[in-house]
Design a protein around this ligand. Structure first.
Ligand SMILES: Cc1cc2nc3c(=O)[nH]c(=O)nc-3n(C[C@H](O)[C@H](O)[C@H](O)COP(=O)(O)OP(=O)(O)OC[C@H]3O[C@@H](n4cnc5c(N)ncnc54)[C@H](O)[C@@H]3O)c2cc1C
Length: 429
Protein backbone atom coordinates (compact mmCIF):
# COMPACT_ATOMS: atom_id res chain seq x y z
CA UNK A 1 0.00 0.00 0.00
CA UNK A 2 2.88 2.35 0.63
CA UNK A 3 5.11 1.33 -2.28
CA UNK A 4 5.10 2.09 -6.01
CA UNK A 5 3.59 -1.38 -6.51
CA UNK A 6 0.18 -0.16 -5.32
CA UNK A 7 -1.93 0.37 -8.45
CA UNK A 8 -4.82 1.96 -6.44
CA UNK A 9 -7.33 -0.65 -7.70
CA UNK A 10 -9.27 -0.16 -4.45
CA UNK A 11 -9.78 -3.86 -3.62
CA UNK A 12 -8.14 -3.55 -0.19
CA UNK A 13 -10.52 -0.71 0.68
CA UNK A 14 -13.54 -2.61 -0.60
CA UNK A 15 -12.72 -5.80 1.31
CA UNK A 16 -11.63 -4.21 4.59
CA UNK A 17 -14.99 -3.39 6.18
CA UNK A 18 -13.83 0.18 6.84
CA UNK A 19 -10.38 -0.72 8.19
CA UNK A 20 -8.68 0.68 5.06
CA UNK A 21 -9.77 3.97 3.50
CA UNK A 22 -8.60 5.83 0.42
CA UNK A 23 -7.08 9.17 1.43
CA UNK A 24 -5.64 12.25 -0.27
CA UNK A 25 -7.45 11.74 -3.58
CA UNK A 26 -6.28 15.11 -4.89
CA UNK A 27 -2.67 14.22 -3.99
CA UNK A 28 -0.92 10.87 -3.51
CA UNK A 29 -4.22 8.96 -3.61
CA UNK A 30 -3.33 6.14 -1.21
CA UNK A 31 -5.10 3.41 0.74
CA UNK A 32 -4.52 3.90 4.47
CA UNK A 33 -4.99 1.49 7.36
CA UNK A 34 -7.15 3.15 10.02
CA UNK A 35 -8.21 0.11 12.08
CA UNK A 36 -6.75 -3.28 12.91
CA UNK A 37 -7.47 -5.99 10.32
CA UNK A 38 -8.22 -9.56 11.36
CA UNK A 39 -5.84 -12.19 10.02
CA UNK A 40 -8.64 -13.54 7.84
CA UNK A 41 -9.37 -10.11 6.34
CA UNK A 42 -5.68 -9.47 5.70
CA UNK A 43 -5.33 -12.85 3.97
CA UNK A 44 -8.30 -12.19 1.73
CA UNK A 45 -7.01 -8.73 0.81
CA UNK A 46 -3.57 -10.11 0.03
CA UNK A 47 -5.15 -12.72 -2.25
CA UNK A 48 -7.02 -9.95 -4.09
CA UNK A 49 -4.07 -7.56 -4.42
CA UNK A 50 -2.77 -7.44 -8.00
CA UNK A 51 0.06 -5.01 -7.25
CA UNK A 52 2.70 -7.43 -6.01
CA UNK A 53 1.65 -10.67 -7.64
CA UNK A 54 -0.43 -11.63 -10.65
CA UNK A 55 0.59 -14.79 -12.48
CA UNK A 56 -0.29 -14.13 -16.15
CA UNK A 57 0.32 -17.70 -17.42
CA UNK A 58 -1.56 -19.32 -14.51
CA UNK A 59 -4.63 -17.07 -14.80
CA UNK A 60 -4.52 -17.40 -18.57
CA UNK A 61 -4.64 -21.17 -18.16
CA UNK A 62 -7.56 -20.82 -15.75
CA UNK A 63 -9.72 -18.36 -17.69
CA UNK A 64 -8.59 -18.68 -21.34
CA UNK A 65 -7.52 -22.31 -21.74
CA UNK A 66 -9.41 -22.65 -25.03
CA UNK A 67 -8.47 -19.31 -26.56
CA UNK A 68 -7.92 -19.59 -30.32
CA UNK A 69 -4.93 -17.23 -30.40
CA UNK A 70 -2.22 -15.90 -28.14
CA UNK A 71 0.66 -13.47 -28.51
CA UNK A 72 2.75 -12.32 -25.52
CA UNK A 73 2.03 -8.69 -26.45
CA UNK A 74 -1.73 -8.96 -26.90
CA UNK A 75 -2.68 -11.81 -24.55
CA UNK A 76 -5.26 -14.46 -25.50
CA UNK A 77 -7.94 -13.55 -28.01
CA UNK A 78 -10.56 -14.82 -30.43
CA UNK A 79 -10.76 -11.92 -32.89
CA UNK A 80 -9.29 -8.45 -33.35
CA UNK A 81 -11.01 -5.72 -35.32
CA UNK A 82 -11.86 -2.07 -35.81
CA UNK A 83 -15.35 -0.98 -34.88
CA UNK A 84 -17.78 1.56 -33.61
CA UNK A 85 -21.32 1.86 -32.30
CA UNK A 86 -23.81 2.35 -35.12
CA UNK A 87 -25.81 4.68 -32.84
CA UNK A 88 -24.29 8.10 -33.66
CA UNK A 89 -25.19 9.50 -30.22
CA UNK A 90 -23.45 6.66 -28.35
CA UNK A 91 -20.44 6.83 -30.68
CA UNK A 92 -20.06 10.59 -30.26
CA UNK A 93 -20.43 10.31 -26.49
CA UNK A 94 -17.75 7.59 -26.12
CA UNK A 95 -13.99 7.96 -25.78
CA UNK A 96 -13.34 6.42 -29.20
CA UNK A 97 -15.99 4.30 -31.00
CA UNK A 98 -18.43 4.16 -28.06
CA UNK A 99 -18.22 0.37 -28.21
CA UNK A 100 -17.97 -0.22 -24.47
CA UNK A 101 -21.01 1.98 -23.77
CA UNK A 102 -22.91 0.30 -26.61
CA UNK A 103 -22.23 -3.19 -25.24
CA UNK A 104 -23.30 -2.15 -21.73
CA UNK A 105 -26.52 -0.54 -22.95
CA UNK A 106 -27.31 -3.61 -25.06
CA UNK A 107 -26.81 -5.96 -22.09
CA UNK A 108 -29.01 -3.78 -19.87
CA UNK A 109 -31.78 -3.30 -22.42
CA UNK A 110 -31.86 -7.00 -23.34
CA UNK A 111 -32.06 -7.74 -19.60
CA UNK A 112 -28.93 -9.90 -19.73
CA UNK A 113 -27.64 -7.97 -16.69
CA UNK A 114 -29.21 -5.61 -14.16
CA UNK A 115 -26.30 -3.28 -13.53
CA UNK A 116 -22.92 -2.05 -14.71
CA UNK A 117 -19.91 -1.30 -12.53
CA UNK A 118 -18.56 1.83 -14.16
CA UNK A 119 -16.78 5.10 -13.43
CA UNK A 120 -18.39 8.54 -13.54
CA UNK A 121 -17.34 12.02 -12.49
CA UNK A 122 -18.44 12.75 -8.92
CA UNK A 123 -21.51 15.05 -9.00
CA UNK A 124 -20.51 16.72 -5.69
CA UNK A 125 -16.78 17.02 -6.47
CA UNK A 126 -16.78 17.22 -10.28
CA UNK A 127 -12.97 17.20 -10.44
CA UNK A 128 -12.83 13.63 -9.03
CA UNK A 129 -14.09 10.36 -10.50
CA UNK A 130 -16.09 7.76 -8.58
CA UNK A 131 -17.20 4.20 -9.29
CA UNK A 132 -20.92 3.57 -9.47
CA UNK A 133 -23.36 0.80 -10.43
CA UNK A 134 -25.31 2.15 -13.40
CA UNK A 135 -28.68 0.59 -14.14
CA UNK A 136 -30.00 2.72 -17.03
CA UNK A 137 -28.88 3.80 -20.49
CA UNK A 138 -28.62 7.42 -19.25
CA UNK A 139 -26.33 6.43 -16.37
CA UNK A 140 -24.08 4.40 -18.71
CA UNK A 141 -23.81 7.36 -21.08
CA UNK A 142 -23.10 9.70 -18.18
CA UNK A 143 -20.17 7.46 -17.18
CA UNK A 144 -18.75 7.05 -20.71
CA UNK A 145 -15.39 8.45 -21.79
CA UNK A 146 -11.89 7.85 -20.46
CA UNK A 147 -10.87 9.34 -17.15
CA UNK A 148 -7.13 9.70 -17.07
CA UNK A 149 -6.76 10.50 -13.36
CA UNK A 150 -6.34 7.66 -10.86
CA UNK A 151 -9.47 5.55 -10.27
CA UNK A 152 -10.13 2.90 -7.63
CA UNK A 153 -13.14 1.04 -8.99
CA UNK A 154 -12.86 -1.94 -6.63
CA UNK A 155 -13.73 0.20 -3.62
CA UNK A 156 -17.21 -0.72 -4.78
CA UNK A 157 -16.81 -4.43 -3.93
CA UNK A 158 -19.32 -4.33 -1.03
CA UNK A 159 -22.00 -2.86 -3.33
CA UNK A 160 -21.09 -5.40 -6.02
CA UNK A 161 -21.42 -8.24 -3.51
CA UNK A 162 -24.84 -7.15 -2.30
CA UNK A 163 -26.27 -6.16 -5.70
CA UNK A 164 -29.54 -7.86 -6.60
CA UNK A 165 -28.82 -9.23 -10.09
CA UNK A 166 -26.08 -9.93 -12.61
CA UNK A 167 -23.46 -7.29 -13.38
CA UNK A 168 -21.04 -6.26 -16.09
CA UNK A 169 -17.78 -4.85 -14.76
CA UNK A 170 -15.52 -2.25 -16.44
CA UNK A 171 -12.02 -1.66 -15.19
CA UNK A 172 -8.41 -0.97 -16.06
CA UNK A 173 -6.04 -3.97 -16.25
CA UNK A 174 -4.85 -3.90 -12.61
CA UNK A 175 -8.46 -3.60 -11.42
CA UNK A 176 -9.56 -6.45 -13.70
CA UNK A 177 -6.63 -8.59 -12.54
CA UNK A 178 -7.78 -8.20 -8.96
CA UNK A 179 -11.32 -9.25 -9.91
CA UNK A 180 -9.89 -12.32 -11.69
CA UNK A 181 -7.86 -13.20 -8.56
CA UNK A 182 -11.06 -13.07 -6.50
CA UNK A 183 -12.96 -15.13 -9.08
CA UNK A 184 -10.17 -17.72 -9.01
CA UNK A 185 -10.74 -18.31 -5.30
CA UNK A 186 -14.55 -18.16 -5.67
CA UNK A 187 -14.73 -15.14 -3.41
CA UNK A 188 -18.38 -14.19 -2.75
CA UNK A 189 -17.59 -10.50 -3.45
CA UNK A 190 -17.50 -11.13 -7.21
CA UNK A 191 -20.10 -13.81 -7.91
CA UNK A 192 -22.50 -11.22 -9.40
CA UNK A 193 -20.00 -10.28 -12.13
CA UNK A 194 -20.94 -12.04 -15.37
CA UNK A 195 -19.04 -9.98 -17.94
CA UNK A 196 -15.73 -8.12 -17.74
CA UNK A 197 -14.86 -5.37 -20.22
CA UNK A 198 -12.19 -2.72 -20.15
CA UNK A 199 -10.19 -0.08 -21.96
CA UNK A 200 -6.57 -0.38 -23.06
CA UNK A 201 -4.24 1.16 -20.53
CA UNK A 202 -1.18 3.28 -21.26
CA UNK A 203 -1.06 5.12 -17.94
CA UNK A 204 -2.98 7.17 -15.39
CA UNK A 205 -2.10 10.49 -13.87
CA UNK A 206 -2.18 12.03 -10.42
CA UNK A 207 -4.70 14.82 -9.89
CA UNK A 208 -1.72 17.21 -9.78
CA UNK A 209 -1.93 17.07 -13.62
CA UNK A 210 -5.28 18.90 -13.55
CA UNK A 211 -4.06 21.40 -10.91
CA UNK A 212 -0.93 22.06 -12.95
CA UNK A 213 -2.86 22.63 -16.18
CA UNK A 214 -5.20 25.02 -14.38
CA UNK A 215 -2.25 26.99 -12.98
CA UNK A 216 -0.87 27.56 -16.48
CA UNK A 217 -4.19 29.29 -17.20
CA UNK A 218 -3.85 31.28 -13.93
CA UNK A 219 -6.66 29.35 -12.24
CA UNK A 220 -5.58 28.33 -8.75
CA UNK A 221 -8.78 26.94 -7.25
CA UNK A 222 -9.60 23.47 -8.57
CA UNK A 223 -12.75 23.38 -6.43
CA UNK A 224 -14.18 25.91 -8.91
CA UNK A 225 -14.27 23.13 -11.55
CA UNK A 226 -17.84 22.45 -12.63
CA UNK A 227 -17.14 19.92 -15.38
CA UNK A 228 -14.01 18.01 -16.27
CA UNK A 229 -13.76 16.03 -19.50
CA UNK A 230 -10.67 14.20 -20.71
CA UNK A 231 -12.03 13.39 -24.19
CA UNK A 232 -14.61 16.06 -25.03
CA UNK A 233 -15.88 16.59 -28.59
CA UNK A 234 -15.10 14.71 -31.76
CA UNK A 235 -12.58 11.84 -31.53
CA UNK A 236 -9.81 11.94 -30.47
CA UNK A 237 -11.26 14.84 -28.49
CA UNK A 238 -10.07 17.54 -26.15
CA UNK A 239 -9.38 17.88 -22.48
CA UNK A 240 -11.98 20.43 -21.38
CA UNK A 241 -12.47 22.13 -18.04
CA UNK A 242 -15.55 24.24 -17.34
CA UNK A 243 -15.08 26.59 -14.39
CA UNK A 244 -17.61 28.21 -12.09
CA UNK A 245 -18.11 31.66 -13.57
CA UNK A 246 -18.25 30.36 -17.13
CA UNK A 247 -14.60 30.11 -18.17
CA UNK A 248 -13.84 27.14 -20.42
CA UNK A 249 -10.32 25.75 -20.84
CA UNK A 250 -9.77 23.38 -23.75
CA UNK A 251 -6.68 21.59 -25.01
CA UNK A 252 -6.32 18.93 -27.74
CA UNK A 253 -6.03 15.42 -26.26
CA UNK A 254 -2.66 14.87 -27.94
CA UNK A 255 -1.39 18.18 -26.56
CA UNK A 256 -2.64 17.41 -23.04
CA UNK A 257 -0.46 14.27 -23.20
CA UNK A 258 2.48 16.52 -22.28
CA UNK A 259 1.26 16.18 -18.67
CA UNK A 260 2.12 12.44 -18.65
CA UNK A 261 5.84 12.48 -17.74
CA UNK A 262 5.25 15.11 -15.06
CA UNK A 263 2.31 13.50 -13.27
CA UNK A 264 2.26 9.79 -14.15
CA UNK A 265 1.28 7.27 -11.48
CA UNK A 266 4.58 5.37 -11.01
CA UNK A 267 2.77 2.04 -10.99
CA UNK A 268 1.70 2.57 -14.63
CA UNK A 269 5.36 2.16 -15.53
CA UNK A 270 5.47 -1.33 -13.98
CA UNK A 271 2.19 -2.54 -15.49
CA UNK A 272 2.80 -4.89 -18.44
CA UNK A 273 -0.79 -5.14 -19.66
CA UNK A 274 -1.63 -2.67 -22.43
CA UNK A 275 -4.69 -4.32 -23.93
CA UNK A 276 -6.57 -5.46 -20.81
CA UNK A 277 -5.73 -9.10 -21.39
CA UNK A 278 -8.07 -10.60 -18.76
CA UNK A 279 -11.38 -9.18 -20.00
CA UNK A 280 -14.12 -10.72 -22.16
CA UNK A 281 -13.76 -7.82 -24.61
CA UNK A 282 -11.28 -4.97 -24.45
CA UNK A 283 -11.09 -1.79 -26.51
CA UNK A 284 -8.66 0.97 -27.34
CA UNK A 285 -8.32 3.84 -29.77
CA UNK A 286 -7.76 2.81 -33.39
CA UNK A 287 -4.65 4.95 -33.76
CA UNK A 288 -3.87 5.07 -37.46
CA UNK A 289 -3.70 8.13 -39.73
CA UNK A 290 -6.47 6.70 -41.89
CA UNK A 291 -8.94 6.63 -38.98
CA UNK A 292 -7.59 9.70 -37.16
CA UNK A 293 -8.19 11.81 -40.28
CA UNK A 294 -11.81 10.63 -40.50
CA UNK A 295 -12.62 11.64 -36.89
CA UNK A 296 -16.01 10.40 -35.60
CA UNK A 297 -14.47 7.67 -33.41
CA UNK A 298 -12.94 4.28 -34.12
CA UNK A 299 -12.06 1.59 -31.58
CA UNK A 300 -9.78 -1.39 -31.83
CA UNK A 301 -11.37 -4.41 -30.17
CA UNK A 302 -10.16 -7.75 -28.87
CA UNK A 303 -12.71 -10.45 -28.14
CA UNK A 304 -11.04 -12.80 -25.69
CA UNK A 305 -13.55 -15.34 -24.40
CA UNK A 306 -16.24 -17.30 -26.20
CA UNK A 307 -18.78 -15.28 -24.20
CA UNK A 308 -17.27 -12.01 -25.44
CA UNK A 309 -16.89 -13.21 -29.01
CA UNK A 310 -20.48 -14.52 -29.26
CA UNK A 311 -21.83 -11.32 -27.72
CA UNK A 312 -19.97 -9.13 -30.21
CA UNK A 313 -21.10 -11.28 -33.15
CA UNK A 314 -24.72 -11.09 -32.01
CA UNK A 315 -24.50 -7.29 -31.75
CA UNK A 316 -22.89 -7.06 -35.20
CA UNK A 317 -25.60 -9.33 -36.69
CA UNK A 318 -28.33 -7.22 -35.09
CA UNK A 319 -26.75 -4.01 -36.41
CA UNK A 320 -25.64 -2.40 -33.14
CA UNK A 321 -21.93 -2.49 -33.90
CA UNK A 322 -19.89 -2.10 -37.07
CA UNK A 323 -16.84 -4.38 -36.95
CA UNK A 324 -14.14 -5.30 -39.47
CA UNK A 325 -11.46 -7.84 -38.61
CA UNK A 326 -7.76 -6.99 -38.76
CA UNK A 327 -4.71 -9.21 -38.32
CA UNK A 328 -2.59 -9.57 -35.20
CA UNK A 329 0.30 -7.99 -37.05
CA UNK A 330 -1.80 -4.94 -38.00
CA UNK A 331 -2.98 -4.60 -34.40
CA UNK A 332 0.55 -4.72 -33.02
CA UNK A 333 1.78 -2.20 -35.56
CA UNK A 334 -1.12 0.14 -34.71
CA UNK A 335 -0.07 0.28 -31.01
CA UNK A 336 3.62 -0.41 -31.48
CA UNK A 337 4.60 2.46 -29.18
CA UNK A 338 2.22 1.15 -26.49
CA UNK A 339 3.62 -2.37 -26.71
CA UNK A 340 7.11 -0.95 -26.60
CA UNK A 341 6.19 0.92 -23.40
CA UNK A 342 4.48 -2.04 -21.73
CA UNK A 343 6.08 -5.20 -23.08
CA UNK A 344 9.66 -4.02 -23.39
CA UNK A 345 10.03 -0.83 -21.34
CA UNK A 346 8.13 -2.12 -18.28
CA UNK A 347 10.24 -5.29 -18.05
CA UNK A 348 13.44 -3.28 -18.33
CA UNK A 349 12.20 -0.82 -15.69
CA UNK A 350 11.36 -3.75 -13.41
CA UNK A 351 14.93 -5.04 -13.87
CA UNK A 352 16.37 -1.60 -13.08
CA UNK A 353 14.17 -1.44 -9.98
CA UNK A 354 15.30 -4.87 -8.83
CA UNK A 355 18.94 -3.74 -9.16
CA UNK A 356 18.24 -0.98 -6.64
CA UNK A 357 17.02 -3.59 -4.13
CA UNK A 358 13.38 -2.46 -4.13
CA UNK A 359 10.42 -4.83 -4.33
CA UNK A 360 9.16 -5.63 -7.83
CA UNK A 361 5.90 -7.06 -9.17
CA UNK A 362 5.84 -10.75 -10.05
CA UNK A 363 3.81 -11.45 -13.19
CA UNK A 364 4.87 -15.08 -13.58
CA UNK A 365 6.57 -14.29 -16.89
CA UNK A 366 9.16 -11.90 -18.26
CA UNK A 367 10.08 -10.81 -21.76
CA UNK A 368 13.76 -10.29 -22.40
CA UNK A 369 16.47 -10.37 -25.04
CA UNK A 370 16.10 -6.74 -26.14
CA UNK A 371 19.08 -5.05 -27.79
CA UNK A 372 21.47 -2.96 -25.72
CA UNK A 373 20.15 0.17 -27.46
CA UNK A 374 16.70 -0.48 -25.94
CA UNK A 375 18.21 -0.68 -22.44
CA UNK A 376 20.08 2.58 -23.03
CA UNK A 377 16.92 4.23 -24.34
CA UNK A 378 15.05 3.02 -21.26
CA UNK A 379 17.76 4.38 -18.95
CA UNK A 380 17.24 7.76 -20.59
CA UNK A 381 13.44 7.55 -20.40
CA UNK A 382 13.53 6.45 -16.74
CA UNK A 383 15.90 9.33 -15.93
CA UNK A 384 13.54 11.76 -17.65
CA UNK A 385 10.51 10.40 -15.72
CA UNK A 386 12.52 10.79 -12.49
CA UNK A 387 13.54 14.38 -13.19
CA UNK A 388 10.25 15.55 -14.77
CA UNK A 389 8.23 14.16 -11.85
CA UNK A 390 9.91 16.54 -9.38
CA UNK A 391 8.29 19.71 -8.03
CA UNK A 392 10.80 22.10 -9.72
CA UNK A 393 10.25 20.44 -13.12
CA UNK A 394 6.48 20.65 -12.72
CA UNK A 395 6.81 24.32 -11.76
CA UNK A 396 9.14 25.05 -14.70
CA UNK A 397 6.87 23.49 -17.32
CA UNK A 398 4.02 25.60 -15.95
CA UNK A 399 5.81 28.69 -17.30
CA UNK A 400 5.16 27.64 -20.90
CA UNK A 401 1.98 27.61 -22.92
CA UNK A 402 0.40 24.10 -22.84
CA UNK A 403 -0.34 24.43 -26.57
CA UNK A 404 3.36 25.03 -27.32
CA UNK A 405 4.60 22.15 -25.13
CA UNK A 406 1.76 19.93 -26.33
CA UNK A 407 2.77 20.38 -29.97
CA UNK A 408 6.31 19.23 -29.15
CA UNK A 409 4.93 16.29 -27.25
CA UNK A 410 2.79 15.27 -30.20
CA UNK A 411 5.86 15.36 -32.47
CA UNK A 412 7.76 13.14 -29.99
CA UNK A 413 4.88 10.63 -30.01
CA UNK A 414 4.89 10.47 -33.81
CA UNK A 415 8.65 9.89 -33.78
CA UNK A 416 8.29 7.14 -31.17
CA UNK A 417 5.58 5.43 -33.23
CA UNK A 418 7.77 5.48 -36.31
CA UNK A 419 10.83 4.19 -34.48
CA UNK A 420 8.91 1.26 -32.94
CA UNK A 421 7.09 0.36 -36.16
CA UNK A 422 8.87 -2.98 -36.59
CA UNK A 423 8.55 -3.98 -32.96
CA UNK A 424 6.87 -7.33 -33.62
CA UNK A 425 9.61 -8.69 -35.77
CA UNK A 426 12.66 -7.56 -33.87
CA UNK A 427 14.30 -8.99 -30.81
CA UNK A 428 11.35 -10.57 -29.11
CA UNK A 429 12.33 -13.77 -27.38
C1 LIG B 1 -6.54 5.56 -17.99
C2 LIG B 1 -6.75 5.13 -19.42
C3 LIG B 1 -5.64 4.96 -20.26
C4 LIG B 1 -5.84 4.56 -21.59
N1 LIG B 1 -4.74 4.38 -22.41
C5 LIG B 1 -4.93 4.00 -23.70
C6 LIG B 1 -3.81 3.83 -24.57
O1 LIG B 1 -2.67 3.99 -24.17
N2 LIG B 1 -4.06 3.45 -25.87
C7 LIG B 1 -5.33 3.25 -26.33
O2 LIG B 1 -5.51 2.92 -27.50
N3 LIG B 1 -6.41 3.40 -25.52
C8 LIG B 1 -6.23 3.77 -24.23
N4 LIG B 1 -7.32 3.93 -23.40
C9 LIG B 1 -8.65 3.51 -23.90
C10 LIG B 1 -9.40 4.58 -24.69
O3 LIG B 1 -9.22 5.84 -24.11
C11 LIG B 1 -10.92 4.25 -24.69
O4 LIG B 1 -11.35 4.09 -23.38
C12 LIG B 1 -11.22 2.98 -25.41
O5 LIG B 1 -10.86 3.16 -26.75
C13 LIG B 1 -12.71 2.59 -25.30
O6 LIG B 1 -13.47 3.53 -25.96
P1 LIG B 1 -15.06 3.45 -26.02
O7 LIG B 1 -15.52 4.63 -26.80
O8 LIG B 1 -15.46 2.10 -26.46
O9 LIG B 1 -15.41 3.60 -24.46
P2 LIG B 1 -16.65 4.35 -23.79
O10 LIG B 1 -17.91 3.95 -24.46
O11 LIG B 1 -16.32 5.78 -23.63
O12 LIG B 1 -16.64 3.64 -22.36
C14 LIG B 1 -15.53 3.73 -21.51
C15 LIG B 1 -15.80 2.95 -20.26
O13 LIG B 1 -14.60 2.89 -19.47
C16 LIG B 1 -14.86 3.37 -18.16
N5 LIG B 1 -13.67 4.08 -17.69
C17 LIG B 1 -13.19 5.25 -18.17
N6 LIG B 1 -12.09 5.60 -17.51
C18 LIG B 1 -11.88 4.66 -16.57
C19 LIG B 1 -10.91 4.50 -15.57
N7 LIG B 1 -9.94 5.40 -15.38
N8 LIG B 1 -10.98 3.43 -14.75
C20 LIG B 1 -11.97 2.52 -14.91
N9 LIG B 1 -12.94 2.62 -15.87
C21 LIG B 1 -12.89 3.69 -16.68
C22 LIG B 1 -16.05 4.31 -18.34
O14 LIG B 1 -16.74 4.46 -17.11
C23 LIG B 1 -16.87 3.57 -19.39
O15 LIG B 1 -17.65 2.57 -18.83
C24 LIG B 1 -7.16 4.34 -22.08
C25 LIG B 1 -8.24 4.55 -21.22
C26 LIG B 1 -8.06 4.93 -19.92
C27 LIG B 1 -9.25 5.12 -19.01
Amino acid sequence: MRSDLCNRCGSCVGLSDGAIVMVDREGEYRPKLVKELSEEQAGRIWEACSGKYFDFPAYRELFYRNASHFHPYTGPYERIGIGYSTDPAIRANGASGGIISQILIYLLEKKMIRGVVTLRMNPDKPWLNEPVIATTREEVLDAAQSKYCISSVNELLPAIASFDGDLAYIGLPPQVQSIRKLQAINDPAVTRIKYIFGPFYGNTLHFSSVRSLLRTYHENDYTAIEKLYFRHGEWPGNMRIEMRGGRVIELKKFHANYLIPFHILKNSLYCTDLTNEFTDISGGDAWAPDYEERGMGYSILFTRTKTGNDLLQKMVDEGYISFGEITENEAITMHSHGYDLKKRGAFIRIRFRRLTGRSVPDYGYALKGFPLSRYLMEAMISFLFLVLGTTPARWFIGLFSPVFIGKWFEKARTFWKKSTYKIKRTNLT
